[in-house]
Design a protein around this ligand. Structure first.
Ligand code: SF4
Length: 353
């Protein structure tokens, strides 16, 4: 890689960015609170899906004080459909930390920004550069892909050596005088031109410099060695109703979907073993139950594959005791946050929302 290729990266990137038409509601804003909310929503979520949630949450909570004051259930309910609910819990927790430890002012230095729960290096660099002009480059999957192609990196990027190399490369091309512009441009470039499957090399401003394009190795970069292994989980949800009411339960365990609501659930029993499930329900809740399958769904999370089935459960409504449970009118279920699987079920079967 020549000196020219390094020194030309930033000017060409910023030049290309001037002509990009990709309006997003959080672009160009300077309010660190709003940038923070947008960046947390954008973790694991595409911009198109994030946009309505960003509007909804920032209109309802326009300041860090308003977010800190709301009960967590309300935020979780608004978060429904976005997934990865730990983001909402961290947002809420950190809003309270900002009120308690920073006098309600969003911290303006990198060390304090990254100390907030749910804020990693990428998010801290984004908030720091966009809101305060701090010279920290963002490094995420987009940036790794762009740089590993531009420099035709033949080392795996999912190793510490590979990541060190990416860190070194980003420092070589980073524009520390215009950190916000550089970070926004490289994020947009990865999201619109240097795409994972079909990079638009023919219209790319780097096509005659990019080493992967010259070596025809775009589809081979970045190199990854580790295959993602997902844990398989079977969730058996029981819909227990009494007139217009349904029994729901809060998930309090330290696990996915913590603090969200669910139908009473038995984990682990295979869906084909109905009699075993009925026996477990007796053991667990002390009442006989008859089950009929009415809904199935599969949800892929980063490290887990969740196979769910909802059973219509006929059981004596008296006499069972389920921790953290309560009867709720069907019409009021929209006030509670449910995991995506159950939100879909409720929408399909009970016409909630
Ligand atoms: S030439 Fe192709 S592979 Fe290289 S940076 Fe541009 S879009 Fe990515």
């Amino acid at each position: 890689m020549s000196e020219d290729n390094i020194s030309l990266f930033s000017p060409r990137l910023l030049d290309w960015h001037k002509s990009l038409d990709r309006p997003l509601p959080w672009k160009g804003i300077k309010d660190p609170y709003l940038i923070w909310v947008s960046e947390i929503i954008l973790q694991q979520t595409r911009a198109a899906q994030a946009t309505p949630y960003y509007h909804k949450i920032t209109e309802r909570f326009p300041t860090v004080a308003s977010l800190a004051a709301v009960p967590i259930d309300e935020l979780l309910s608004m978060w429904q459909g976005l997934g990865y609910y730990s983001r909402a819990r961290n947002l809420h927790f950190s809003a309270q930390i900002i009120m308690d430890n920073f006098g309600g002012e969003f911290p303006s230095n990198y060390k304090d920004i990254i100390s907030l729960k749910g804020v990693g290096k990428y998010t801290a660099a984004a908030i720091g550069s966009f809101a305060f002009g701090l010279p920290h480059p963002v490094i995420d999957g987009n940036v790794i892909r762009v740089l590993s192609r531009y420099f035709d990196l033949d080392e795996p990027v999912d190793t510490s050596e590979g990541l060190n190399k990416i860190n070194h490369l980003v420092q070589l091309v980073f524009n520390a005088k215009k950190p916000a512009k550089f970070n926004q441009a490289i994020m947009d470039f990865g999201a619109t031109v240097c795409l994972p499957k079909k990079p638009a090399c023919s219209s790319c401003p780097f096509t005659s410099f990019c080493q992967a394009s010259l070596n025809n190795t775009q589809s081979l970069r970045p190199i990854k060695t580790k295959k993602l292994k997902r844990k398989q989980r079977n969730f058996n949800f029981l819909m227990i109703s009494k007139g217009a009411k349904i029994y729901i339960q809060k998930r309090v365990e330290k696990d996915i979907w913590q603090e969200l609501y669910q139908l009473p659930m038995i984990e682990g029993v295979a869906f084909s073993k109905k009699s075993k499930l009925e026996k477990e329900a007796i053991d667990k809740w002390g009442t006989a139950v008859e089950l009929e399958p009415i809904f199935t769904h599969k949800q892929l999370l980063t490290h887990q594959s969740i196979h769910s089935i909802v059973w219509k459960a006929s059981m004596a409504p008296k006499g069972f005791s389920i921790p953290e449970g309560k009867w709720v009118n069907k019409a009021d279920l929209g006030d509670y946050g449910f995991p995506k699987t159950l939100a879909l079920f409720l929408k399909d079967f009970l016409y909630i929302r």
